[in-house]
Write a protein that binds this ligand. Structure first.
Ligand code: ADP
Ligand code: MG
Length: 636
């Protein structure tokens, strides 16, 4: 019987290997930057075009390669960094597998120029899809330049799989930042489509972090320094009050290599125990040095994971040294745990899993009656509400009744209003009893004996209150109401949707289609129903109940423009961004005339919000004017 097994030709083997090493332009950036660092360069330039899809070039002033090495470096398993298996345990370089260049050369057009310091002339090689096109002797400066063009030119499926330029650029940025942070002593410059993104002169860690993150970072950093036998910890953590909602700026480096470690992250979080508001994330930049023989970096092909010999000891040391730093720099007392809960970000439903809590809206609740308020609240308090923060995300939600305190501030505006104090001319101040979640603008005409709100300049709603008057900004107020409604639907309620008679077809560019594809899961939680997408358009068969068919394309346009810079990673901020964007596009605008009923609904709706004072964009939604203030003006 004839044999059927064959050895794969090198170019095929390389192409297969490339699948593991090169997922996207950012992988090329990482490999080339790391090679330049390994070559002991002190100056490294990264130049990319179209998020790296058309060009990734890295120019260094490092050791360069001899003529032979210049050719050999493209062979698989060709490396100068290890010679035998034992060397794996004393690694001082980033690379060691010897497969990056072979892999990249298999799936792109590549050009290399390299010269060693002591040589007169250098080597210029062009290689495309593993095939050497040319090799020449050339006059070159010291160092090496690799230019990688047309990534995945011979694997269309992979090329099509690439995300939008925005997304790919973010990945490139991540890789650049990781390498640049780990090596502050190297001068890095980074250009994208001809504009300079970074120019980072050689510096120390602090300066490098500030150079990459932003000028404001400096004041937020607390240094960490700890030297022990098994580990040396250096770096910075951020003061607790600057902790963020997302995990963007969290970096561990082990022996100058960026790594991810849930375990060590936990150690950091443990050091902050009690100092952070629920769910917020501190930034940190921690550089750990350990003896190379106590780690194994060989466990993951893209090498962002690592195995330590004595993880538990590292955990304890890391936690203790950060705790010490936070204490030493006396950052704890700056925290104000007594701050008004009203000022906190309104929603915090992390990790919503398990049973979905229900919200109960008290239909009879009227914010403009004084004495029965608490009673109403405690009535709804029997159900599980949404306002309590669950902290651990364990799914236990404290009752609605907890809201009585925080909301007291606005209620006080109205206290006593109806206690027959003759002083207000405009007579009894009773608002329609209705569910706060009902649509703002239903057309029912409700005849009202007395007008209690006035719209002025199609911009503000003015209404008398006990102490004087309240002036509500109609656009901002409506944004707040819609924002909370959407957020509530997305995180707690099952959003209901209205089925369209004829599905809507909306056409978008391929970049936009990618973005929409990523947003779909979140949009579905607001009530959108999508049918199978086509290449150039989406098909919508259901929409949220609180929007009309004609508003759909406007809402999506707004979303796309708001998310131009990429989609936030965490689902919390993704929901938040979408809710904000939809609130922005759907809110009634300045310049719109509102009927009395609409004005009422708006004011009622606003004060039923969890955070009525500010719009989702942090602008005041209303102001009050006391009678005394008005009196004073007349006294002049
Ligand atoms: P690895 O980095 O794992 O050794 P690579 O395929 O990335 O494998 O590189 C192969 C070899 O080419 C390296 O070991 C090194 O000797 C050489 N090399 C690659 N890039 C450079 C560079 N920028 N300067 C000098 N030598 C380089
Ligand atoms: Mg390498």
């Amino acid at each position: 019987m004839s044999s059927i097994i064959q050895l794969l030709p090198d170019h095929v083997a390389n192409q297969i290997a490339a699948g593991e090493v090169v997922q996207r332009p950012a992988s090329v950036v990482k490999e080339l930057l790391e090679n330049a660092v390994d070559a002991k360069a002190t100056d490294i330039k990264l130049i990319i075009k179209d998020a790296g899809k058309s060009l990734v070039q890295v120019i260094d002033n490092g050791a360069g390669m001899s003529v032979t090495d210049a050719r050999l470096c493209f062979a698989r398993h060709a490396t100068s960094k290890i010679r035998q298996a034992e060397d794996l345990f004393s690694l001082h370089t980033k690379g060691f597998r010897g497969e990056a260049l072979a892999s990249i050369a298999a799936i792109a057009h590549m050009e290399m120029k390299t010269k060693q310091d002591q040589e007169e002339l250098g080597t210029h090689i062009v290689i495309e899809g593993s095939k050497f096109i040319s090799q020449e002797v050339a006059v070159l400066p010291k160092g090496t330049s690799f230019a990688v063009k047309n990534l995945f030119f011979n694997i269309p499926a992979r090329r099509n799989f690439l995300k939008s330029d925005t997304v790919e650029f973010r990945h490139v940025m991540d890789e650049f930042q990781r390498v640049a942070l780990a090596h502050p002593n190297i001068h890095f410059t980074f250009y994208h489509n001809g504009s300079e993104m970074y120019n980072l002169p050689a510096a120390g860690y602090r300066q490098r972090i500030v150079g990459i993150m932003s000028g404001k970072t400096n004041e937020k950093l607390v240094p960490v320094n700890e030297e022990t036998e098994i580990i040396n910890v250096q770096g910075f953590v951020c003061k607790p009050e600057f902790a963020k909602k997302n995990r963007g700026e969290q970096f561990f480096f082990v022996n100058d290599r960026f790594i991810k470690s849930g375990y060590l992250h936990h150690a950091v979080m443990a050091a902050y125990d009690g100092l952070l508001k629920d769910g917020s994330q501190p930034s940190y930049f921690l550089f750990l040095q350990v003896p190379p023989n106590t780690i194994d970096i060989n466990i993951h092909p893209t090498k962002t994971e690592i195995k330590f010999d004595d993880e538990q000891a590292l955990y304890a040391i890391l936690r203790a040294s950060i705790k010490h730093s936070l204490g030493q720099f006396n950052v704890a007392p700056v925290l104000d745990f007594d701050r008004d809960a009203n000022l906190d970000t309104p929603y915090h439903y992390k990790d919503l899993e398990g049973e979905t809590p229900t919200i109960q809206v008290d239909g009879t609740f009227n914010p403009f009656t004084d004495d029965k308020t608490n009673q109403h609240y405690s009535k709804s308090g029997s159900g599980s509400g949404y306002a309590g923060s669950s902290g651990s995300g364990s799914g236990s939600y404290s009752g609605y009744s907890k809201r009585v305190e925080p909301t007291a501030s606005w209620e006080s505006l109205y206290v006593g209003l109806e206690t027959e104090t003759e002083s207000i001319e405009s007579a009894p101040f009773t608002f329609e009893n209705e569910e706060v979640t009902s649509s703002l603008f239903n057309d029912e005409d409700v005849e009202q004996a007395i007008q209690k709100t006035y719209q002025i300049h199609k911009k503000y709603i003015v209404s008398p209150i006990k102490s004087g008057m309240v002036i509500v900004d109609q656009q901002r107020a409506h944004q707040r109401i819609l924002y909370e409604q959407f957020l509530l639907n997305m995180t707690v309620n099952q959003a209901s949707s209205q089925q369209l008679l004829f599905p809507l077809n909306l056409f978008y560019s391929s970049d936009e289609m990618t973005l929409i594809e990523e947003l779909k899961p979140s949009l579905e939680t607001t009530g959108f129903v999508f049918d199978e997408a086509q290449t150039d358009h989406i098909v919508i068969s259901g929409i949220p109940v609180n929007i009309t068919e004609s508003e759909v394309s406007m809402v999506i346009e707004q979303l796309l423009s708001d998310l131009q810079d990429g989609i936030p990673a965490s689902s919390y901020s993704q929901n938040d961004t979408i809710a904000k964007s939809m609130a922005k596009s759907l809110a009634v605008k300045t310049g719109s005339y509102l009927t009395e009923k609409e004005q009422d609904n708006l004011v009622n709706g606003l004060f039923a919000c969890k955070d009525p004072n500010i719009s989702p964009f942090q602008k005041p939604t209303f102001i009050t004017m006391r009678v005394e203030d008005i009196d004073k003006k007349f006294a002049l």
